[in-house]
Ligand binder design. Structure first.
Ligand code: PGA
Length: 256
């Protein structure tokens, strides 16, 4: 399975700021063709980022699961497909700040697959859920509900990012602690076991990413985990130099 690293720029950058950074990241993508590099900018910058990159792919941070209609402010799946080959679905910021439930996320998964876009489904527990020892139940429940409309034949197209909510950086100070290798391995094991229960052996075809305060300094330890195909990166991806170092490390770790 090809290693994959995804830049989630969240709500940062004007169009010129995004285009400059995209071009820099594209140079690293050119140097490491063995790694799939995806950049997810704000919708306003999607076309410019697409134009600025020849080797990296463009992804959406979100979309609406309808072909068109009266949905003020939303972006339809076919509109996303005009520019993007990847889409993040169910990011914890969408779940928590925009009150997205698993039913909507399941609809998004179905819409994305129908449009030929690769979904990057983000799952993970909050600090409170972890303290209450609900990590396993929460991840299993998210997967069961979010994948409800995904058939076994489509499972290989799905990417799943384990993003413990407590590990995701907040604000410029990056005030969060990345998960330990053991915590990531435990998260992956829960995901793999749940997928196996739901789909049997097709489960092994899903690429797993880690997300949450990953940086050029700490990413090698995650990339060394055999089940880890790469990372979903927030803050560190906004610095093209740092993100390029992460791309290089992923290529090295996977011997690609
Ligand atoms: P972070 O964000 O790398 O800034 O923690 C990851 C994410 O939210 O996808």
């Amino acid at each position: 399975m090809k290693p994959l690293i995804v830049a989630n720029w969240k709500m940062f950058f004007t169009v010129p700021e995004a285009a400059v950074r995209a071009a820099q990241i594209d140079e690293a993508a050119e140097s490491y063709p063995q790694v799939t590099v995806v950049v997810c900018p704000s919708f306003t910058a999607i076309e410019s980022v697409a134009d600025a990159m020849a080797f990296a792919s463009v992804g959406a941070q979100d979309l609406y699961p309808a072909d068109e209609g009266n949905f003020t402010g939303a972006v339809a799946t076919p509109q996303v497909a005009e520019f993007c080959s990847y889409a993040i679905v169910g990011h914890s910021e969408r779940r928590l700040l925009f009150h997205e439930d698993d039913q909507l996320i399941a609809q998004k998964m179905a819409a994305v697959l129908k449009a030929g876009i690769t979904p990057i489904l983000a799952v993970g527990e909050t600090a409170q859920q972890r303290r209450a020892k609900k990590t396993k139940a929460i991840i299993a429940q998210q997967l069961r509900k979010d994948l409800a409309q995904v058939a076994a034949k489509d499972l290989a197209k799905v990417v799943i990012a384990y993003e413990p909510v407590w590990a995701i950086s907040k604000g410029k100070a990056r005030s969060a602690t990345a998960a330990s290798v053991q915590e990531v391995e435990e998260g992956f094991a829960i995901i793999q076991k749940t997928l196996y229960t739901l789909y049997g052996k097709s489960a092994g075809k899903v690429r797993l990413l880690y997300g949450g305060s990953s940086t050029a300094k700490n990413c090698a330890q995650y990339f060394a985990i055999p089940a880890c195909a790469g990372a979903l990166v927030g803050a560190a991806s906004r610095d093209p130099k740092e993100f390029s170092r992460m791309i290089a490390q992923l290529a090295k770790a996977k011997g690609a």
